[in-house]
Design a protein around this ligand. Structure first.
Ligand SMILES: [Zn+2]
Length: 171
């Protein structure tokens, strides 16, 4: 259920909501509030031999499944800057090349609230150096050749769709 449908009161004047429609339109104070998709970013990071870096997700949604380095875009941040920041935070790496791949809608259920997300995917490479995972976010890292990747182990449908786009662009 989209998050705004769970709000029982106007967030400005606290009038009870007669309906849970989106956008929120408060008849008491006139507030109109939209509920657009959040933006997520993720990267298929390849090494020189073509292996791709997947993360093992430490938390739900998708706990134990394959994920990608990435996360949510902050207000005022570009998708590329968000990707660089998340890669630095999650795996301690510095991206050297970022190329747009595709985007795909996603639903992200967290703490009982269902968020609409637009996931934006990139292909990227890493600067040389040791990686260090953030154990709160990531249970492990796996460098996998494309043939070793079982799509059923990829955490989100949007990520599975992007993986197919990534594979179709390989030489
Ligand atoms: Zn109101």
């Amino acid at each position: 259920m989209p998050w705004m449908t769970i709000a029982a009161y106007c967030p400005r004047c606290a009038a009870p909501r007669a309906d849970r429609a989106i956008p929120l339109r408060c008849p008491a104070c006139g507030l109109v509030l939209f509920c657009n998709a959040a933006v997520g970013v993720g990267a298929f990071i390849a090494d020189a031999s073509g292996r791709v870096l997947f993360t093992v997700r430490a938390k739900d949604p998708g706990k134990g499944l394959l994920g990608l380095p990435g996360g949510f875009v902050d207000a005022g941040e570009s998708a590329e800057d968000a990707l660089r920041r998340e890669v630095r935070e999650e795996i301690g790496g510095t991206l050297t090349a970022i190329r747009y791949l595709c985007s795909s809608p996603n639903r992200y259920l967290y703490a009982g609230v269902d968020y609409d997300v637009l996931d934006v995917f990139f292909a990227a490479t890493l600067a040389p150096g040791e990686l260090q995972t953030d154990a709160d976010e990531i249970a492990g890292m796996r460098w996998l050749h494309p043939a070793e990747v079982d799509p059923a182990q990829i955490a989100f449908p949007s990520m599975r769709a992007a993986w197919q786009v990534y594979l179709s662009g390989l030489p």
